[in-house]
Design a protein around this ligand. Sequence first.
Ligand SMILES: [Ca+2]
Length: 159
Amino acid sequence: MKAITLLAAAAALITTASPTEVSCNAGFVLLNGNTCIQVFTSKVTWVEAVAACANIDNFLVGSPHLAYFNDCSFMTHLYDYIYYQQGLSEDLWLGGSDSNTEGAWEFLNGDPVPMGIPFWHPIQPDGDNIENKLVFAHNGYFADAHEDDKLGYICQYTP
Ligand SMILES: [Ca+2]
């Protein structure tokens, strides 16, 4: 019995020390086991946020971009990190837009933004032609905002 316990402990140690363990560049945190993110609270326009994420200095591995996701599990982890662990309660830019065609929301990579609950707040998007950029709102849902609003932003990359 004791030997089995020791074997289990040894196996746990080996698993912990695995070289395949995922980690993120300095300043980024791993969420949902598969995505590195960093929240910036300096207030910028949407276009400035896109550029800021793409031009982070001293980036060693991966290609950071203004964050976007279509995974509810990730969204829940992100909300927990921002609002409960970081104590932030503000709208943050995400990499999504309906500037090309009003109502046809797409992420920076061209994929469609999932619409409706649970991604969007029930009364969002509500900005018609005035608000064409995506935010992760303080309530944990997607919302639309004017591209010239000054907001913080979330950068992301896949490690
Ligand atoms: Ca719009």
